[in-house]
Design a protein around this ligand. Structure first.
Ligand code: SF4
Ligand code: SF4
Length: 190
């Protein structure tokens, strides 16, 4: 059951605003973000409800919802938000905060998405770009779903949609330095 907190409410809202750079309090619940979001139908709480839960200080519900993990950071919602709220930044801030505060949504879907995020970021750190074939293989291994989408791979390879091998981009070293810098900043912030 959702109950209104006072101290908790202000703390959580302030934390999310500080971390995301957005002002969630501006949300007036029009729902445009929900009708625009391509994945709102899969979320425990669509973006409008996430905003309201933050305003109500419902840290636990927000952290444990699958919503922030399903968010594609596509910005379709923020492009239509009449209050110009940076909703993807809010979603991302919540993901980071939930990890730091050790809240774990252990549903299979969320675990799979988290693994995908980690593998993807590792690719960018190493090569400065995505390496789709490796991403697919590694994700299948880590999620123990070895044959997922394997029938699609031969056609995609033959048509050159996904390369067999990738070369790191020229700026790969700068990207690695960027990662290190971001890690330092994150440590400072937390
Ligand atoms: S579009 Fe903006 S103001 Fe409307 S519900 Fe979504 S976040 Fe709130
Ligand atoms: S950024 Fe996230 S919440 Fe916004 S429309 Fe895209 S998927 Fe939905």
């Amino acid at each position: 059951m959702i109950t209104l907190g006072t101290q908790e409410k202000n703390t959580f809202l302030a934390d999310v605003n500080r971390r995301s750079g957005a002002n969630v309090l501006e949300c007036y619940q029009c729902g445009k973000c929900v009708s625009t979001c391509p994945v709102s139908g899969y979320m425990d709480f669509p973006p409008r409800e996430i905003m309201q839960l933050i305003k109500l200080g419902q840290r636990n519900e927000v952290y444990m919802a699958n919503s922030t993990w399903f968010c594609l950071t596509c910005s379709a919602c923020s492009g239509r938000c009449p209050r110009e709220i940076e909703i993807p930044s809010v979603m991302e801030a919540i993901r980071h905060m939930a990890i730091e505060e050790q809240y774990v949504n252990s549903s299979a879907k969320v675990r799979s998405i988290r693994k995908f995020h980690n593998i993807f970021l590792d690719m960018i750190r190493r090569y400065g770009r995505s390496y789709e074939l490796r991403l697919m293989v590694e994700h299948n291994i880590r999620t123990r779903d070895l044959f997922k989408d394997v029938t699609l791979a031969p056609a995609a390879l033959l048509k050159g949609k996904i390369p067999l091998l990738v070369k790191p981009v020229k700026s790969a070293q700068s990207i690695r330095r960027m990662f290190k810098q971001a890690e330092k900043l994150e440590k400072k912030q937390s």
